[in-house]
Ligand binder design. Structure first.
Ligand SMILES: NC(=O)c1ccc[n+]([C@@H]2O[C@H](COP(=O)([O-])OP(=O)(O)OC[C@H]3O[C@@H](n4cnc5c(N)ncnc54)[C@H](OP(=O)(O)O)[C@@H]3O)[C@@H](O)[C@H]2O)c1
Length: 258
């Protein structure tokens, strides 16, 4: 097992859910962190807590990952040393609605594509040149895909498309970075109870809550542990793809509810 102690990890979408759980478990294991998200107050709270609880260094970047110039500006605000990131966790992501295509809203499609797909590209584009130049020995990109990137479901059209795209980008990157021996992984959860469904159905909290009714969903910590597992494999071993679902869920739309 490789240690992540003193490594530098950049986590996107660190203010909630899986990203926040990941920040906590990485700090607990001694990694220094760059945390990126839009909600400054939540970033600051997390920074204070992780620094005082675990004695690691935490930098925050208030940034909307959908905006390419904001991503560029945020990354360039880091010192040259802090641009040399060991582990990039591309976690920021979201879904909006579950409409059939003819009923879908263009603004929802834009938001999902801009966040889950273009945002991931923007930040990876900034980080990679530094990984290739300075961090080949330790570099690792871990993307958050989804079971929605393995099989579609009705109403999942655009969200599923973004996660299929994450899978395509992960596979392509793995090939492109082979010559540099940079690790690339995708961690693909099924149902995890986070703010995800509340973001998906912002006007209907009952609908959001019902997503998890009658099953025991995964929790953010389950996924954070899996991400830590990927990040701590020995140098010769790369986890290409890890699919994790609740025991009650066998595929995107096939589950048993009590
Ligand atoms: N929960 C599930 O069931 C599930 C299943 C499969 C895959 N996933 C994937 O797991 C990842 C994390 O989801 P989660 O469940 O942890 O959701 P969550 O609790 O809603 O957290 C999403 C995080 O992403 C950040 N974010 C969203 N849009 C952003 C933007 N434009 N710029 C910067 N940060 C942004 C949010 O921070 P701010 O609002 O502060 O910016 C928040 O920290 C996503 O990629 C999601 O697709 C989730």
């Amino acid at each position: 097992m490789e240690s992540i102690k003193n490594k530098l990890a950049l986590i996107t979408g660190a203010t909630a859910g899986i990203g926040k759980a990941c920040a906590t478990i990485f700090a607990q294991n001694g990694a220094n962190l760059i945390l990126l998200a839009r909600r400054e107050n939540l970033l600051n709270e997390l920074q204070q807590r992780l620094q005082s609880e675990f004695g690691v260094r935490v930098i925050t970047l208030v940034c909307d990952i959908r905006n390419s110039s904001e991503v560029k500006k945020s990354f360039s605000s880091l010192s040259e040393e802090d641009k040399k990131i060991d582990i990039l966790i591309n976690n920021a992501g979201m879904a909006r609605g579950i409409d059939k295509l003819q009923d879908g809203l263009v603004e929802n499609w834009d938001e999902m594509i801009d966040t889950n797909l273009k945002g991931l590209l923007y930040i990876t584009h900034e980080v990679l040149p530094y990984m290739i130049a300075f961090k080949k020995e330790t570099a690792h990109i871990i993307n958050l895909g989804s079971t929605a990137g393995h099989e579609v479901y009705p109403g999942g059209n655009v969200y599923c498309a973004t996660k299929f795209a994450v899978k395509a980008i992960t596979k392509s990157l793995r090939m492109e970075l082979l010559e540099h021996q940079i690790k690339v992984s995708t961690v693909d959860p099924g149902m995890v109870e986070t703010d995800f469904s509340y973001v998906r159905f912002p006007d209907d909290s009952t609908k959001a809550k019902n997503v998890y009714s009658g099953i025991t969903p995964l929790v953010a910590e389950d996924i954070a542990e899996a991400i830590l597992f990927c990040a701590t494999r020995p140098k010769h071993a790369n986890i290409n793809e890890l699919v994790i679902t609740p025991t009650a869920q066998a595929s995107s739309n096939f589950l048993v509810r009590k």
